[in-house]
Ligand binder design. Structure first.
Ligand code: SAM
Length: 240
């Protein structure tokens, strides 16, 4: 697998969390903090990718971009887009992408709390959402990006047969995500234990878990055809 020496690019000191308001949708805020990532409605893909095509893979909360960069190097024919809410991380990943001339990877400073309106419907093969921040305290739960609206958005942007890939080392987060996916009803969920059925690339958090012997769960959630859903939080697109 092609790889690069990331130590060539000194990493800035980056705080684990940023301003708590960036985890909430902009429309819910009365005052917009100066470091809130810009909303994005539309993207001309030729500005981001050399071949001008839209991404095949979206990496949500890509952190310092290890998976994003290594996936791009290992799959030069596919575009991968990362979204990340911490601006210094995005700037650092951009430095690596430019420094290594990686033409099929791009990263946006963006909060997925605002949905993904700039991703075309049924356009992605895969969405990865690896080791989300757990936000354990009940009063912080609203900062979790994985919410019914995002699940519906993920269903919209995945191609039929595409899949959402999840990893977490927090059992409570795993249960919460499985519950929302089950309520949505649009995904077939399989727990993946075999290396052959998973990506060969690793994330930073995954490497940390492996180094400390911390167990984590991997799920492949394949998009299935829309079924009738009686939950009002997931309105049927056909009746809209
Ligand atoms: C625990 S880190 C995991 C990073 C990486 N996926 C990994 O596995 O190493 C979670 C990441 O999600 C990002 N994040 C949290 N909420 C987000 C949001 N609303 N929009 C975009 N990124 C977000 C955080 O800034 C952080 O980098």
């Amino acid at each position: 697998m092609p790889s690069i020496d990331l130590s060539k690019y000194p990493q800035p000191r980056i705080r684990h969390h940023t301003n708590p308001q960036v985890y909430l949708p902009l429309r819910q805020l009365h005052i917009v903090p100066p470091n809130y990532p810009p909303l994005i409605e539309h993207i001309e893909w030729q500005r981001l990718f050399q071949d001008g095509r839209p991404p095949a893979v979206l990496d949500i909360g890509c952190g310092m971009g290890r998976f994003l960069i290594e996936y791009a190097l290992g799959n030069p024919e596919r575009n991968i887009l990362g979204v990340e809410v911490r601006k210094p991380a995005v700037e650092w990943i951009g430095t690596v992408i430019r420094g290594e001339h990686i033409v099929n990877a791009a990263v946006l400073w963006y909060s997925v709390a605002n949905g993904l309106p700039f991703i075309e419907s049924e356009s992605l093969d895969a969405v990865t959402y690896f080791f989300p921040d757990p936000w354990f305290k009940k009063r912080h739960a609203k900062r979790r990006a994985f919410a019914p609206a995002l699940v519906e958005e993920l269903y919209r942007i995945l191609q039929p047969g595409g899949a959402l890939y999840l990893m977490t080392d927090v059992p409570e987060v795993d249960m919460y995500q499985r519950m929302l996916l089950a309520e949505h009803g649009g995904f077939d969920i399989v727990e993946v234990t075999s290396e052959e059925l998973w990506f060969p690339q690793r994330t930073d958090q995954e490497l940390f878990c492996l180094s400390k012997g911390i167990p984590y769960v991997r799920l492949r959630c394949a998009k299935r055809q829309r079924i009738q859903c009686s939950d009002p939080r997931f309105p049927d697109e056909s009746s809209a």
